[in-house]
Design a protein around this ligand. Structure first.
Ligand code: NAP
Length: 300
């Protein structure tokens, strides 16, 4: 079997198109422009790239982008004061604080100071609780993107065996919750799981969110399973020249693609869906804030 490739780049483009269409309608019918505020503290190079990309795509879909770049030594009080200001700004519908924060700032405190209805990353404890109890919430972007691709590929995932490898708060746990809410039978595996290959072999759906390059080989995968590879790992690529690197996922793509029914590539799978879902969450937050119908298919 050769797996069907789930093209996250193309799928993300369709999500952005839907977002842009909805933004245009919000402007034309209600005179509302959704706005996303992104707060970056410090100069972490990867974070700077993410923030630039988020701002660019926000503007491309017709929304307002508000970027707040703060010095690395910004005090917690100053950061909390900015969040408070954004919480009370009616033109801001989504607030994202780029993680990781410098060590002197308490991430939990900062995230939990964002108004839950503007928490487009879905990390606020209220949103975690709402998702966990199957209520309407803001859903973390990466697992939301994975869910959208699974729903698109399968229609329904009800009753399927899903194994999520990884139990982080930003990917593994919310992913498991979303799969459960869609009535999959869910197992969460982690570093202490016994017989991981045997556990993965039971899965109709495998979501790998580990952060270990190519850890899941094809012979762990059940014939015909759907494999969603969240991992983004940079490894040396001497074949491309001295000092060159390349990106790989947590799944060994070549061997897994021979067994799986469908698979997301790295790059070009889950990655592009994450920012697309951030834009989707901002539109959803804007509609909720204004008591308007939410766009179809852009949230869980
Ligand atoms: P994380 O917080 O480091 O969590 C990794 C999880 O993997 C932990 O639960 C850990 O188990 C588990 N694990 C580690 N080694 C394992 C092993 N040998 N066997 C089984 N489980 C093992 O990572 P994360 O933030 O969830 O990110 C995971 C990956 O996704 C990373 O590559 C990251 O770059 C990528 N990512 C991609 C996107 C995107 O947009 N595509 C977004 C976020 C993250 P324990 O809990 O037992 O330690």
């Amino acid at each position: 079997m050769t797996a069907q490739v789930i093209d996250g780049k193309a799928f993300a483009a369709t999500v952005r198109e839907k977002v842009a269409g909805h933004v245009a309608r919000l402007k034309a019918d209600h005179g509302i422009t959704p706005g996303l505020a992104v707060v970056l503290v410090g100069e972490d190079p990867a974070s700077q790239v993410y923030v630039r990309s988020k701002g660019k795509q926000t503007v491309e879909t017709g929304m307002n982008s508000f970027e707040h770049k703060l010095e690395a030594d910004t005090s917690e009080a100053d950061l909390l004061a900015l969040i408070d200001q954004l919480n009370n700004d009616a033109s801001v519908h989504g607030i994202l604080v780029q993680l990781p924060l410098p060590g002197h700032l308490n991430e939990d405190l900062v995230i939990n100071s964002i108004a839950p209805e503007k928490d487009v990353d879905g990390f606020h404890i209220s949103n975690v609780g709402l998702l966990g109890t199957g209520q309407k919430s803001m859903v973390p972007c990466t697992p939301l993107g994975c869910l959208m691709m699974l729903r698109d590929h399968h229609g329904s995932i009800s009753g399927m065996n899903a194994v999520v490898i990884g139990r982080s708060n930003i990917v593994g746990k919310p992913m498991a919750q979303l799969l459960l809410n869609d009535s999959a039978t869910v197992t969460i595996a982690h570093s202490r799981t016994k017989d991981l290959p045997g556990v993965v072999k039971q899965a109709d759906i495998v979501v790998a969110a580990v952060g270990r390059p190519e850890m899941v080989p094809g012979d762990w995968i059940k014939e015909g399973a759907t494999v969603i590879d969240v991992g983004i790992n940079r490894i040396d690529a001497p074949e491309k020249g001295e000092g060159k690197t390349r990106l790989v996922g947590d799944v060994h793509y070549e061997s897994a693609a021979k067994v799986a029914g469908a698979i997301t590539p790295v790059p070009g799978g889950v990655g592009p869906m994450t920012i697309a879902c951030l834009l989707a969450n901002t539109v959803t937050a804007c509609c909720r804030a204004n008591g308007l119908d939410e766009p179809e298919g852009l949230t869980a």
